[in-house]
Design a protein around this ligand. Sequence first.
Ligand code: GH3
Ligand code: MG
Ligand code: MG
Ligand code: MG
Ligand code: MG
Length: 302
Amino acid sequence: MDLPEAQREARILIIDDSPSSIRLVSHFVRDMGSVHFATSGDAGLKTAVDLLPDLILLDMEMPGMDGLETCCQLKKHADLLDVPVIFITAHHGVDHEVAGFAAGAVDFIGKPLSEPIVRARVRTHLTLKRQGDTLRELAMMDGLTGIHNRRAFDERIALEARRHRRTPGSLGLVIVDIDHFKAYNDFYGHQAGDACLREVARTIDANARRPGEMAARYGGEEFAVIIPNCTPDEVLRYGEFLIEKVHGLALPHEAVGTGIVTISVGVAAGEPQSDISDQQLLASADAALYRAKAGGRNCVCQ
Ligand code: GH3
Ligand code: MG
Ligand code: MG
Ligand code: MG
Ligand code: MG
């Protein structure tokens, strides 16, 4: 899981048709993050989608698409919904401000611009944005292992199952369960059990880094991996690959015959463009995992 999203340098986007206004505002916020700009609503929208800024300073009065319309368009993008927009305007008046807030803005700064006011407001909204980002990340992270949690997994698998119905290529799902983990806890103690879970989680997560893939802690000692665009053969081989990786850790497990920690894996793949639901895919991988356990563990079934 890529965590330090909330720790990186802030990105500030200024959308304004006046170059002198852009120069002035850029100067005010020069040390508060990387500063980017666009000189029209259209260009600003495109830049915002690519850049995913942490804050947008938006001029109200622009030829073509004005600030209000630009703000409405920005808020239609799921990826930009949480990006604070501050209006900069020479127009004062209640109606004007109310319209701005209704369009999704978080704040207003009136012209003529004062450097301390611009800096104070930008700082406040960047702090709030960072706090929001941190909370969103924490809400999706498993506290023990640091990888994605069940909530993140549930959201992603539902999204992938929907996407899968419209696109070619099959959708692969892998469920991993540590073998004889109760015996591990009984033998080594719960703290050692936690450390073992972290090791296995790190290994699975490190091997689910291609675009679109996601590893998550699904439950106690169970993990799930989503692999988009993956044939049944490929997902089976991926399951074997994970078994080898965990085997390669050679974590001692003296309470069992193998002498080391092993995993059992169940895999499933939704046929291309079939309308299999996330629940069906899960049930199928779960049944496969059950067969892997019944078949002696330390193996993968489909
Ligand atoms: P099997 O090979 O059939 O999967 O056997 P198992 O012992 O692994 O399965 P079982 O479901 O009987 O036990 C799972 C164990 O995982 C029991 C539970 O205490 C342990 N466990 C679940 N979550 C945690 C955790 O967060 N930390 C630790 N240390 N143990 C956990
Ligand atoms: Mg203007
Ligand atoms: Mg289990
Ligand atoms: Mg069990
Ligand atoms: Mg187990």
